[in-house]
Design a protein around this ligand. Structure first.
Ligand SMILES: [Zn+2]
Length: 129
């Protein structure tokens, strides 16, 4: 499988570590959106699209994002396993992701390359920045 197209939308925000949203096309046939490029402690890394996991309230059954302290529907406090202390990995679930490190590596390299090109292009088209 090969990446045949990448579309990068850089985010210009100084108070966020999010640098860009990326759409990636595989084999001219399958596209994955909402891949994010994040500035981490050790440089840029690629985060796969994810969704917040949910847990139903024991009182009313309303589905709250894992990590919520109170039910968004009835307002009762939620049990501790639902608390902010839950590891990020448990609060977010990847929707699509590579299943081996070779492909992960390939994707990461391709995506960051595309991001750097997009940034370069931007700085060339706005020389006053
Ligand atoms: Zn509730």
């Amino acid at each position: 499988m090969e990446i045949t197209e990448t579309r990068v939308s850089p985010i210009h925000s100084s108070n966020s570590r999010l640098r860009a949203y990326v759409s990636v096309t595989f084999d001219n046939a399958f596209v994955v959106r909402d891949i994010r490029i994040i500035e981490g402690k050790n440089g840029l890394f690629v985060a796969m699209p994810s969704k917040k996991t949910q847990k139903p309230c024991s009182k009313c059954g309303y589905k709250n994002a894992t990590g919520s302290r109170f039910c968004g529907s009835c307002g009762s406090s939620l049990p501790t396993e639902n608390s902010q202390k839950a590891p990020v990995a448990e609060r977010h679930k990847d929707l699509a992701h590579p299943i081996n490190s070779a492909f992960r590596e390939y994707m990461q390299t391709k995506i960051i390359e595309a991001y750097k090109k997009a940034i370069e292009k931007e700085s060339q088209s706005s020389p006053n920045k």
